[in-house]
Design a protein around this ligand. Structure first.
Ligand code: ADP
Ligand code: MG
Length: 247
């Protein structure tokens, strides 16, 4: 059952293998209400797989994934109902190209939450106005820049008020000049109290916005803490090497 005193998300001893390659090797991690956690790590360290196990896009081999205290890794869980509680945005191709911006944003509310169209559209228009894209409600996604598309994808993910937002390198596919507008929106969501687990290569953003940075190395959390501690005083040699490469 949902327990409102529990962390929004808790991973316990999470293990995931693809064939005989173990890519998550016993992850313990808690994300509390209103926290923004940035997961950093080299390519292939397991960041995306971690987020996919939370969203039930990948099954796990051992451990538990708890959402508000409820074990969502239990095979008996209702996958669609659980996914509807979690907003997700990936690196690219988030929007349906054959649907208007407005329909993209209202889709989950209408299909999964069975909200009436009028109410869903009012909410969607309010969100689009807030990110300055109200005029694009009737447009198809290809009329928008990559940065605008990602902002639409993010408001779509929050339109049905999820308990947790997962963002997987949402700025990695963008031209550098478009990165800021997307990260500004994430910052705004944090200020409004969203709970966010995200992966990013934007260290300056992680420093300024994350409550905690988690460094993943070969499927293990080898270091985590406040941004300044992790970024300015790294202890683990793998983190030192990683930061030397990205800085
Ligand atoms: P990151 O997001 O940190 O770059 P990933 O989670 O994408 O890392 O990948 C971690 C490891 O798991 C990599 O070695 C990758 O090749 C492997 N992997 C990811 N997805 C699959 C899959 N569906 N099948 C097989 N191997 C996979
Ligand atoms: Mg990845």
């Amino acid at each position: 059952m949902t327990d409102t005193t529990a962390p929004v998300l808790e991973l316990r001893g999470l293990r995931k293998s693809f064939g005989d390659q173990e890519v998550l090797r016993g992850i313990d991690l808690a994300v509390h209400r209103h926290e923004v956690i940035c997961v950093i790590g080299a390519s292939g360290s397991g960041k995306s797989t971690l987020l996919k196990t939370v969203n039930l896009l990948e099954g796990i081999n051992d451990g538990q994934v708890l959402l508000q205290g409820e074990d969502i890794s239990d095979p008996r869980v209702d996958v669609d109902a659980t996914r509807a509680r979690i907003g997700v945005v990936f690196q690219q191709f988030n929007l349906f190209p054959h649907m208007s911006v407005l329909d993209n944003v209202t889709l989950a509310s209408r299909k999964v939450h069975r909200a009436p169209r009028a109410g869903a559209e009012t909410t969607a228009r309010r969100l689009l106005d807030r990110i300055g894209l109200g005029d694009f409600a009737g447009a198809f996604p290809d009329r928008l820049s990559g940065g605008q598309q990602q902002r639409v994808a993010i408001v779509r993910a929050i339109a049905s008020d999820p308990e947790l937002l997962l963002l997987d390198e949402v700025t990695s596919a963008l031209d550098p000049q478009l990165v800021g507008e997307v990260l500004d929106l994430v910052t705004e969501l944090k200020q409004q109290g969203s709970t966010i687990l995200m992966t990013t290569h934007e260290m300056q953003f992680a420093r300024n916005v994350a409550d905690r940075i988690v460094f993943l190395h070969r499927g293990e959390v080898v270091e985590q803490g406040a941004p300044a501690a992790v970024l300015d005083d790294p202890q683990h040699p793998a983190l030192q090497a990683f930061l030397a490469r990205v800085h």
